[in-house]
Write a protein that binds this ligand. Structure first.
Ligand SMILES: C[S@@+](CC[C@H](N)C(=O)[O-])C[C@H]1O[C@@H](n2cnc3c(N)ncnc32)[C@H](O)[C@@H]1O
Length: 283
């Protein structure tokens, strides 16, 4: 639904945490396909259930999302996001899709880059996140060149060849069918347009990985103190560990049809920014 966020009551649900049989996302995915299940953090759930469970997490965290982001990242997410926007090459007059855009950090930045002759769509599956994002942008006086859409990344309802840039930041790991989302992103891009995927990834140095694991293990504790909800933050930590590594995601983008795919490690691979382009003409 474009232009508005649908009304939907947030549901409370405490996701359970279980250690996975294997934390290799590729082996998890192939096991999952066989069983008709997928991973929700470390838990295996029926494929159809994941979208609801992820929805419950983001309904629960929406109001405290921004403050928790600052606390959990010690503010570093702002620098990573700025770098991602710089890599996007977005400029005046362009059409940009901020997919899984949540509370709008990217839309705020893209809005000032595209100016009044361009346009940004802040799109997210979750109406609680969209509402926080929309209120935030309106409070900042951003009303002219941003519209809002409640969408599932797997089936984007936009016209083919619509956007110069599609950016999905910290969103892809929450999507049930990531391959479908990548194909859908490719479809709505203009030929020559670029997709950016910012996600947590796999640190290159095992010591950095261990340190980050130890640090992120504190997030559910902080989440409990600040929001009263430890379980949602446990899911966020687990979903990071289940997400494909840099090379796997690059391969997924290539399989979806992107060309000239590359990635930039950020903070030693704690995060990675993947970039891929829609071919100018079908081969
Ligand atoms: C961690 S937040 C990231 C928000 C924002 N991009 C940022 O960087 O601050 C992840 C967002 O992905 C959204 N999301 C999860 N699954 C989605 C899906 N299938 N389609 C679209 N958005 C989805 C969630 O609702 C949530 O707002």
């Amino acid at each position: 639904m474009a232009g508005d966020a649908q009304s939907q009551e947030p549901q409370s649900h405490e996701p359970q945490s279980h250690e996975p049989e294997s934390q290799d996302p590729q082996s998890q995915d192939s096991q999952s396909q066989d069983k008709g299940t997928t991973h929700f953090g470390y838990e295996q759930v029926p494929v159809a259930e994941k979208v609801t469970r992820v929805g419950q997490v983001f309904h629960s965290v929406a109001n405290k999302y921004d403050v928790m982001n600052d606390l959990m990242s010690l503010g570093s997410h702002r620098i990573v996001k700025r770098f991602t926007v710089e890599l996007s090459g977005v400029h005046e007059g362009q059409q940009v899709l901020d997919l899984a855009g949540g509370t709008g950090d990217f839309s705020i930045r893209f809005s000032s880059l595209v100016g009044n002759s361009g346009h940004v769509v802040l799109a997210d599956i979750n109406d609680s996140m969209l509402r926080v994002g929309r209120d935030r942008l309106i409070d900042k006086g951003i009303t002219r060149n941003v519209t809002y859409a409640q969408v599932n990344a797997e089936q984007l309802p936009f016209a083919t060849d619509s956007f110069d840039c599609v950016c999905i930041a910290y969103g892809l790991r929450n999507v049930t069918d990531k391959d479908a989302a990548l194909r859908s992103m490719l479809a709505v891009l203009k030929p020559g347009g670029r997709a950016l995927v910012l996600e947590f990834s796999k640190p290159r140095n095992p010591l950095v990985g261990k340190a980050y694991d130890g640090y992120s293990a504190l997030w559910p504790v902080v989440g409990k103190l600040v929001t009263g909800d430890a379980a949602s933050y446990r899911y966020l930590v687990e979903s990071i560990r289940m997400h494909p590594d840099q090379e796997t995601l690059k391969g997924m983008m290539e399989n979806a049809g992107f060309e000239r795919c590359r990635y930039h490690d950020v903070m030693g691979g704690v995060c990675a920014i993947h970039i891929g382009f829609k071919p100018l003409a079908s081969h």
